[in-house]
Design a protein around this ligand. Structure first.
Ligand SMILES: Nc1ncnc2c1ncn2[C@@H]1O[C@H](COP(=O)(O)OP(=O)(O)OP(=O)(O)O)[C@@H](O)[C@H]1O
Ligand SMILES: O=P(O)(O)OC[C@H]1O[C@H](OP(=O)(O)OP(=O)(O)O)[C@H](O)[C@@H]1O
Ligand SMILES: [Mg+2]
Length: 282
């Protein structure tokens, strides 16, 4: 059985469960369930605090985990990313009240509040800055108003929390984060069970970001049409009953589908349609 750590709470938990469900795995129905066995797929899911997942995976007791890159780096655990999942995207940044500091180099002697002490301590050390770090569990933006710190370092997605607290970002993002699949460093991905798990998640990512496009076009326009829809390997081209015409089928990125349909139409293609892909193995 492959043993997999899944976030039990917070921003990662819902999307991780949805992705596993789309990949064909059983998922818990009750948020109080801590362990779930999926016998058909030969996997066992452990629902754990997102912050603890890298520690479990680095111990080798669990084969794989889903967590955030920022949490992985903050933990300092002996685990590495083996797949990016594209959700829970955020940046990790410093912020202050206007007028406190214009750059990270002015943080010397100040106190920085954060839930991610590991990342902040390393970043300060790398930049040779001597500042104090105070750990808070959450709602870090309020720390400045309440006088606990002059600077915060926190997750920023839309920036709404910072704006609401009257804070502005300082310097470049310390890192960009997203949900990732992790494995103990050096354990590799050769294990066929790990390979199968990764292929299933990759299949979900592709099914979400591509659509299938079909259209008819005249033979003399085929080369130009195929250049617009090269597909993954190469498009399928079938003869139509109506001589001089072919039917073409190819996967295209969902975000570009409308633009490609316009370009195909201008080229003389007709009956252009797209359909959703529900599952996929590349
Ligand atoms: N607003 C957000 N948008 C995108 N990702 C976020 C956001 N807030 C947190 N994350 C990501 O979620 C992960 C943190 O998960 P965690 O459960 O510890 O905190 P949380 O989502 O803030 O939940 P809570 O604070 O309610 O416990 C990190 O990878 C972080 O980058
Ligand atoms: O840039 P934004 O879109 O506002 O998102 C970022 C905020 O979201 C998270 O907070 P959460 O709501 O999880 O509360 P927390 O601070 O207590 O973790 C994060 O810690 C930031 O505060
Ligand atoms: Mg939070």
């Amino acid at each position: 059985m492959l043993r997999i750590a899944v976030p039990n709470k917070g921003s990662l938990s819902g999307p991780a469960g949805e992705m596993l469900h789309e990949a064909g795995y059983l998922q818990r129905k009750d948020s109080k369930e801590l362990v779930l066995v999926d016998p058909e797929n030969e996997v066992e899911f452990f629902y754990l605090r997102p912050r603890d997942i890298a520690i479990y995976v680095s111990s080798g007791r669990l084969d794989i985990g889903i967590t955030g890159r920022d949490l992985l780096l903050d933990s300092g655990a002996n685990a590495e990313e083996i797949l990016q999942l594209g959700f829970a995207r955020s940046t990790f940044r410093y912020a202050t009240k206007p007028g406190t500091a214009s750059g990270v180099e002015e943080f010397g002697g100040l106190t920085i509040a954060t839930s991610y002490e590991g990342i902040v301590a390393k970043h300060l050390a790398d930049n040779g800055i001597d500042a104090s770090v105070v750990h808070l569990d959450g709602a870090v933006e309020t720390a400045i108003e309440l006088g606990v710190a002059q600077v915060i370092a926190d997750v920023v997605e839309t920036g709404t929390s910072l704006r609401n607290a009257g804070l502005g970002v300082i310097g470049e993002p310390i890192l960009t984060s997203e949900a990732v699949v992790i494995r103990r460093t050096g354990a590799g991905t050769d294990d066929p069970k790990v390979q199968q798990f990764l292929r299933r998640l990759q299949g979900v990512l592709v099914a979400r970001s591509y659509v299938m496009m079909d259209y008819d076009c005249r033979v003399e326009h085929l080369e130009k049409a195929v250049a617009l829809t090269p597909g993954l390997e190469s498009p399928t081209v079938s003869p139509l009953h109506h001589e001089g015409w072919v039917a073409v089928r190819a996967m295209v990125p969902a975000k570009e589908a409308q633009r490609i349909m316009d370009d195909l139409y201008d080229l003389g293609a007709r009956a252009i349609l797209t359909t959703a892909i529900h599952a996929c193995r590349l």
